[in-house]
Design a protein around this ligand. Structure first.
Ligand code: UMP
Length: 358
């Protein structure tokens, strides 16, 4: 059994990668998704669930986990939606249209309609905890026995998410049957700890620790792209990440107090508008900056996606990059790292635009 308890996602990834790159007792497994090194039976704890975004050079990603979170919150199983944030998704699940294993419909109902009516699994869990603080019953089962039957390549990797109140704080424990340490783990820790903080706010409780157990925690071996499978550079990526050393500890800001669902609904509308082409959609001005920042990140992601699709030269892109620089000055400085990461090669020729940011 592998066990790690750390303050931040980066510290957790560091010890997990160390185990998978150099630890003892690992297995080498040849699965349908490729060869991997596996630790069988892992228990991870994140002491501060807000330290859920990597601050590294190589794994600093905010747009795709945030997109995936809002995919869940929207109760969507549409590949079109998640593809906007994770372009490889259809290849990974071998379906262009429907993600059979999507977590959102299972937690919030299809298109979150059950959530709107207070009848989703999420609402049941919240009610259970309101009725009985000591409950050990506040869980949502995600993987279902029927998932074993071949529908498409996409079987949920998460078995259960469970919440509990201890010492006045909301704890959360996720159990996964299978977790890709390089790509899946950071996304899953981000989305689940966000759900934990949403539930804590809805219940008016403090945010406790996050724990995460995995049956097969694995790191794929590097492999070239084949017809059905994208290239995988997880092992060399994990080595590069490990060589970076220790990372800055910068938790995300706290979610505003009070029931967050009204704000979430507004962000969901804005996300949909922006993703589907209304890039100038303006959010209600009474929305807390915490949530407005997410909308601006969705806007920046869309701007970059459109630029990538058009493939213009930097001169043509300059007005849009100026807009990105302006947004960057206005939102929480914690997100600058992720925006700068997206600029990559663009940064040098347009350096002047970004000189006075931060
Ligand atoms: O939330 C998720 C969903 C999928 N995976 C990874 C785990 C496996 O590497 C792969 C699924 O493959 P199977 O376990 O279904 O073979 O996707 C995750 O890490 N997290």
């Amino acid at each position: 059994m592998f066990h790690a308890s750390e303050d931040s996602l980066d510290d957790l990834m560091r010890v997990v990668f160390k185990q998978l790159l150099t630890g003892r007792g690992n297995f080498v497994v040849d699965s349908s998704k490729g060869k991997s090194t596996e630790v069988f039976g892992a228990l991870l704890e994140l002491k501060n669930p807000r330290a859920r975004l990597s601050r590294s050079f190589s794994k600093a990603k905010a747009f795709s986990p945030l997109g995936e979170l809002f995919w869940y919150l929207s109760g969507s199983d549409r590949v079109e939606f998640i593809k906007h944030y994770i372009p490889n998704y259809p290849k990974l699940i071998k379906d262009e249209v429907t993600a059979n294993g999507a977590y959102g419909p299972r937690i919030f109902g299809k298109e979150a309609l059950a959530k709107r009516d207070g009848a989703s699994e999420w609402d049941r869990v919240i009610r259970t905890l309101r009725e009985r603080e000591g409950s050990r019953n506040a869980l949502v089962q995600i993987y279902d026995n029927s998932d074993a039957k071949p529908k498409n390549g996409d079987k949920p990797c998460t078995c259960t998410i469970q919440f509990a109140i201890r010492n006045g704080q909301l704890l959360m424990h996720t159990h996964m049957r299978s977790n890709d340490a390089f790509f899946g783990l950071p996304h899953d820790v981000f989305t689940f700890t966000m759900l934990q903080e949403i539930a804590a706010r809805e219940l008016g409780l403090g945010l406790g620790r996050y724990s995460h157990s995995v049956t097969s925690l694995h790191l794929y071996h590097d492999s070239a792209a084949t017809k059905g499978r994208p290239a995988n550079l997880s092992t060399s990526g994990a080595e590069a990440y490990y060589r970076e050393g220790f990372h800055d500890y910068s938790p995300m800001p706290e979610m505003p107090l009070g029931n967050p669902w009204k704000s979430i609904e507004q962000v969901k509308i804005a996300e949909h508008q922006i993703r589907t082409g209304n890039i100038d959609h303006t959010a209600p001005t009474n929305l807390d900056p915490y949530w407005l920042d997410f909308i601006e990140l969705f806007r920046i992601h869309k701007i970059f996606e459109e630029m990538r699709k058009r493939g213009d030269d930097l001169r043509a892109e300059r007005p849009e990059l100026r807009r990105v620089a302006k947004i960057m000055k206005e939102i929480s400085p914690i997100y600058r790292l992720y925006i700068l990461g997206r600029l990559e090669r663009k940064q040098a020729p347009v350096r002047d635009l970004f000189e006075h940011v931060g």
